[in-house]
Design a protein. Sequence first.
Length: 203
Amino acid sequence: MELLEERGGDIEGAIAACRQADRPIAHDPNSAVQLALLLARHGRENEAIDVICALADARPGDDWILQTLSELFLDQGRAEDGLAYLDALATTRAGEENWDLYWIRLPLIAAHHGVDDAIAQARSHPEGTTWYAASHIAELLAGTGRIEEAVAVLEQHASQNSHDLAGYLIDLGRVQDALAILRPPIPQAAAPVNGPWHEDPPF
């Protein structure tokens, strides 16, 4: 497929090759995603979304597939459609989603309703105060230039989010603070149990 697309410029041939490899869709999700990304690269975003929607219908619990779908909707400026699709999938799970699926909708909410609304919805989720939720909330804030707020969110869970926190601190020019977070603590030498060590006197 890459040879047809990149070297030969045969886009239709590359798409045909991908479609052939893509059957049945649920058994080879990697081929389906490659096909969708190929279509998107060549201005056929609606077809790309259709391919990933069919894949997500077949494998509704695969977070990486839903993330790809969310990104395609965002790139198309179709955040509302993306949210509607994710909502429909959520109804098949009685409307309940663990964070590993829920966070995927946050960029869509931010694009459609604004970042503050996305953050409010994130925090209202049962897992919205966890360290891993803090990472996604900080990413939303940083995406709109609100780096200091992102830092404040991550500082509540600094030990678990040290690398993300350090990155944002560097963005603020606080390099020494970032290094202090990343630098492992220096172990303290243990004091002798029975006082200073000394050699036994010779006999």
